[in-house]
Design a protein around this ligand. Structure first.
Ligand code: UDP
Length: 417
């Protein structure tokens, strides 16, 4: 879906003119102005969403930024999906064939896609092998930008990948807990971000929110508890239902589990079927299949909620948390991945470790709306200061400045020599 891109000036009322001026100063001081981002998909997923908004802003700052996508085939994407799962779970899932398929398609991409630019951002493992095009001995700099949790990876896949990553000039991870002690290149920490002006996050009129509630058959008189997520075991939707069932014995409220179902993800359909079964016979639990590109509707559901839940047991960064906090919603979320950066326990929401903990906090917030309101207020400010796209852009510019300096590269995070 094509959404409007906003100019930097439009962000001033949200983040202040000073940050926008800083962005301009940083961009002016970068000695090589061309920037290329490379990932493996133009649409779908948080990386594409962020690049779609970030690249025009970089251009507005006087850089010459562009975005290329490597090509994959079924065998390649099967390999990279297996790598993704092995890296995030630590399980030994990859076969020799996966490694061969990865190398074969990487070689084809090296032949077909010419990488040009002063700073090259390679996003995630899929295009990591493009590093073979690095022009050694020139001023060109390559950054491997990792969006996934590689803190406890399967050894085989990680050592295969690290052979590529160690050839880069730097790596960037989303949270300190994802950092690696066995990389020989500098590691920077840059969290992802949300765009406050995007359809997913912008202010909405109450009339529109009410229309979305009635479209999905939701009762706006009762407090809504909502989790928006892909139907994925890592998001623990069944755990959310169990917690809700404990709460609803005491308080009249409704639960919404909203998410999409990709045709090519058999696990999604399986999880969805289990979720529907767990909610059987309950008219206070709503399992909503939300079509892709429903940003305004998701925005409305988040805004209509008394509490937003993200009870993940495994998470990358967890953009849904930032989205909810930005809407001043109190968030109850699993203490995993990037969530603890966003949910400061007792300040912007509550971190939970199990179903009982989630139920306890749901009850507490429904009984104490003043606390819910305070958490929501703090949450919006926390996101304003830390997780908006303008800060994200500033940190990318800082990384570029740091690695393009002629003298020694400063390390923002310790790593072994
Ligand atoms: N999302 C969506 N439709 C859905 C479910 C999720 O647009 O049906 C969005 C959600 O609003 C967020 C992103 O997809 O922007 C999910 O990012 P997150 O980091 O929370 O989880 P991931 O899916 O990347 O594991």
């Amino acid at each position: 879906m094509m959404q409007k891109n906003h100019s930097l000036k439009e962000y001033e009322p949200v983040v202040g003119a000073e940050l926008i001026d800083d962005l301009k100063t940083m961009a002016e001081n970068i000695d090589g102005k061309s920037v290329l981002h490379v990932n493996s998909t133009r649409s779908g997923g948080g990386v594409a969403e962020i690049l779609f908004r970030l690249v025009p802003l970089m251009n507005e700052l006087g850089l010459s930024a562009s975005w290329d996508v490597i090509k994959g085939d079924q065998a390649f994407f099967e390999a990279t999906k297996t790598f993704h799962n092995a890296l995030q779970t630590g399980l030994n899932l990859a076969s020799q064939r996966n490694f061969d398929d990865f190398e074969r398609k990487t070689n084809e991409n090296l032949h077909d896609l010419k990488i040009e630019g002063d700073t090259i951002f390679i996003h995630d493992p899929q295009p990591a092998g493009m590093i073979a095009q690095k022009r050694i001995g020139t001023n060109q700099r390559w950054i491997w930008r990792c969006h996934i949790d590689v803190s406890n990876p399967d050894r085989n896949v990680w050592s295969f990948l690290a052979r590529y990553v160690n050839k880069y000039d730097a790596s960037v991870f989303s949270t300190p807990s994802f950092a690696r002690s066995d990389l020989s290149v500098p590691q920077f920490m840059v969290s992802p971000s949300i765009d406050p002006l995007a359809d997913k996050n912008k202010d909405l009129p109450r009339t529109y929110i009410d229309r979305v509630l009635s479209k999905y058959g939701l009762n706006s008189d009762k407090p809504l508890i909502t989790q928006i997520s892909r139907f994925d075991y890592a998001k623990d939707p069944i755990g959310v239902i169990e917690a809700f069932k404990l709460v609803s014995k005491h308080i009249d409220c409704e639960l919404v589990l909203g998410g999409s179902l990709a045709d090519d993800d058999p696990e999604g359909a399986e999880v969805h079927a289990k979720v529907v079964k767990a909610a059987e016979g309950r008219n206070d639990i709503h399992i909503l299949l939300i079509p892709p590109f429903s940003d305004l509707e998701i925005n409305a559901l988040q805004r209509a909620s008394a509490i937003v839940v993200q009870k993940s047991v495994k998470e990358g960064f967890g953009l849904t948390v930032a989205e909810a906090l930005w809407k001043s919603r109190p968030v109850i979320a699993g203490a995993t991945g990037g969530i603890p950066l966003q949910v400061k326990n007792g300040l912007t929401g509550y971190l939970v470790h199990n179903i009982e903990g989630a139920a306890y906090r749901m009850r507490y917030l429904l009984r104490n709306p003043d606390v819910a309101e305070r958490l929501g207020r703090n949450g919006r400010e926390h996101v304003r200061q830390n997780f908006l796209i303008t800060r994200h852009l500033a940190e990318y510019l800082l990384v570029m400045l740091a690695i393009r300096r002629k003298e020694a590269i400063p390390l923002l995070m310790p790593h072994p020599k």
